[in-house]
Design a protein around this ligand. Structure first.
Ligand code: GDP
Length: 332
């Protein structure tokens, strides 16, 4: 039986990856940071199948202890401050959690169990103000946010530990990937949640930032398969994971509102609060290398992804309404 340690296991990607590894018979350890109000929403259905280890990515001693007790064959380093817009007001915290913590995790592996295979969650945000289109593994980075800058550090320290210490360390440069488990602050989920609330009469407008930004959006459930595949090869390497299609935020609105027979123009209000100090205008990935070497391909289309997210949000919002209704009746 193989053993994996996942950081960020309660997040969107961590939860899909944990499901995938459990289905393959792995023993899965999840690193959890102590908080007074933990959120296990994404892993509620598999909570009992995960071995939980307390630790903090900014605390090397706790990571050394985590690797010592889990003795993992594979480490998936997914934890980070992952919301781009939050990285301007908190650039240093983002630097600690998204950049330096990668070195902590790599050091824990190097010191305790250097034959562990290591996956680093890199990001298409590293391409930022893109210098070529489509973006591939050899495209130079030009990050446009403290988050993007921190991810560039995480990427290069992973490459450096591979080259310096001969670790099996891979960096997956994943383009935006979404799902019904995506945080509500990200644009896809913000839109699908609002569409459900508007359709059910609970919300009447949607405040948005830049509608012209273009993104290559895929399904998180497809993308975690690529993470796993990267750690099953003969040689470690870095891979772009993307769909090869790009859509604007405006198209996202069109697809989402029209799915429930509404026109986005009747509800969307532009609010400068959601416009960023520096924008990434266009992301479009070329994942030919992953197709060739890993045999990986995305399965869920953009439209299907957005429809699936709206279906789930409608279900959840209806259940909330029913619960609130029952509660108010019980209180009368
Ligand atoms: P990112 O690509 O990692 O920054 O993912 P996001 O989902 O946060 O944002 C994707 C794009 O949507 C960015 O170009 C944002 O500027 C744009 N966008 C436009 N309006 C909004 C909004 O209200 N919220 C968010 N999160 N993004 C928005």
């Amino acid at each position: 039986m193989k053993t994996a340690l996942i950081t960020g296991v309660t997040g969107q990607d961590g939860s899909y990856l944990a499901e995938l590894l459990l289905s393959k018979g792995y023993k899965v350890y999840g690193l959890r940071r102590r908080t007074s109000t933990p959120n296990y929403e994404n892993v509620r259905h598999i909570h009992d199948q995960i071995e939980w280890i307390s630790g903090d990515l900014t605390d090397l001693a706790s990571l050394i202890e985590a690797v010592r007790s889990a003795e993992p064959d594979e480490v998936y380093n997914l934890a980070a401050q992952s919301y781009v817009a939050a990285s301007w007001p908190q650039p240093l915290a983002t630097g600690h959690m998204t950049a330096l913590s990668v070195t902590n995790m790599l050091e824990a592996v190097r010191i305790v169990k250097p034959n562990t295979r290591f996956y680093q969650a890199s990001s298409s945000e590293m391409f930022g103000k893109v210098v070529e289109t489509p973006q591939k593994e050899t495209t130079p980075f030009y990050p446009r946010s403290p988050y993007g800058v921190a991810k560039v550090y995480g990427h290069w320290i992973t490459v450096n530990y591979r080259e310096s210490f001969n670790l099996y360390a891979c960096s997956g440069i994943l383009f935006n990937h979404e799902s019904p488990r995506r945080g509500l602050e990200f644009v896809t989920r913000k839109v699908t949640d609002a569409v459900a609330r508007i359709k059910l009469g609970l919300q009447h407008e949607l405040r948005m930032g830049n509608l012209e930004a273009l993104r290559d959006w895929g399904f998180a459930g497809d993308y975690v398969k690529a993470m796993w595949l990267m750690l099953q090869q003969n040689e470690p390497d870095d891979y772009v994971i993307s769909t090869g299609e790009t859509h604007s935020v405006r198209e996202l609105l069109e697809v989402a509102f029209s799915y429930v027979d509404l026109n986005y123009e009747d509800y969307v209000v532009i609010d400068p609060k959601f416009v960023r100090p520096a924008e990434v205008d266009l992301l479009l990935g070329d994942c030919a290398k992953a197709k060739q070497n890993l045999g990986w391909e995305p399965e869920i289309s953009f439209e299907k992804l957005i429809h699936m997210m709206i279906d789930e949000d409608l279900k959840r919002v209806r259940a909330e309404m029913k619960y609130n209704d029952a509660l108010s009746k019980a209180l009368i």
